[in-house]
Write a protein that binds this ligand. Sequence first.
Ligand code: 1CP
Length: 375
Amino acid sequence: MRKTTVNHDFPPLKNDLILRAARGERTERAPVWVMRQAGRYLPEFRKVREQHPFFEICQTPALATEITLQPIRRYSGLLDAAIIFSDILVIPQAMGMTVEMPEGKGPTFPQPLAGPDDLAKLKYPVDVDHELGYVYEAITMTRKELKGEVPLIGFCGSPWTLMAYMIQGGGSRGGFHSAKRWIFQYPLASKELLSRITTVCVDFLIGQVRAGAQLVQVFDSWASELSPHDFEEFSLPYLTKIAREVKMGLLAESLQPVPIILFAKGANYALADLARSSGYDVLGLDWCIEPQVARGLAGDSVALQGNIDPDILYGGKDAIEREVERMCKGFRSGSRQGPKGWIANLGHGITPGVDPEDMRHFLSCVHRYSSGELQ
Ligand code: 1CP
């Protein structure tokens, strides 16, 4: 069987640290990237943003490429992956919903889903390659511009997290009460919506890999809104389906398999189950669990990603260094060699007020404290 049907002629990869860690290998030091690394805390991003509406940037491959590369350039040699500049909310747009991003206000849906009858207003089936082809173009362009420096991560939101925005109509500030009401009042319609989003996620992730993404991540940022019982019913089955169908789809197209990362924020209680049967290669952790405990629950069959509290980046250089050292010790759990199957990251996205020099300090501390020789 041929291993790839797409010949993009990308430059050869010079740094495969994150790919090795994602496969569960022991690495000479932890690879590091940061969720939301290509955004709001960088002055060079804000400059572009002053001139262009948010979704125009996402839909213009040259601009999305430029912003994806900004942190790679600024932190040259310190980041081990790039993440394509886009947003999880491009999926609701592809399903026919309007999403606006007023400066400083976060996402807004002028017409959120009010009840089950509104499902009829959504596009279905969705021609994902047509609706989101601009993301694929941005990925292909970015892969070329990266010149093999580091691998490129593609991503999507999880079905539950996307459903939460589509019903709530806005960001997390006001909570997700309307979306939660749906799962209790309209469980069948909720599952219909979750299934439809799942289908789009699968096609979208496969398309991103076809375009050149070397890893993909599913963000279940608002898993934290669900009880363990409801996570098991309204999120986990769809997450599992995504991992399974993306892997099968890549195989069917003779595309190289890529590591799939799941970041289910607030679902640390499910780690053992996720490691055993969700099909993800890497599990992202928020900061509410100690690395040793996470490894104990997850076992050795998956890699882990995370997990320092993003607010530590406001704590000054000494606190950053101290906490990075602690995190590194935790993930190495006594081994004198480099870490095994660990990708260093924050426990959630970097926030807008962080000083870019503190981010640099975080990255260089990870380089310093995660290598095997130090113990
Ligand atoms: O590194 C990167 O910045 C890559 C691009 C990226 C990613 C991976 C953006 C750009 N958004 C995302 C993912 C995303 N978007 C998530 C999952 C990660 C997480 O949990 O943080 C979520 C929940 C969203 C939804 C979203 N988009 C929010 C959160 C709203 C809430 O509920 O509080 C916000 C503020 C946005 C807008 C956005 N997305 C990205 C940027 C740079 C911005 C700021 C927009 C602006 O310039 O006004």
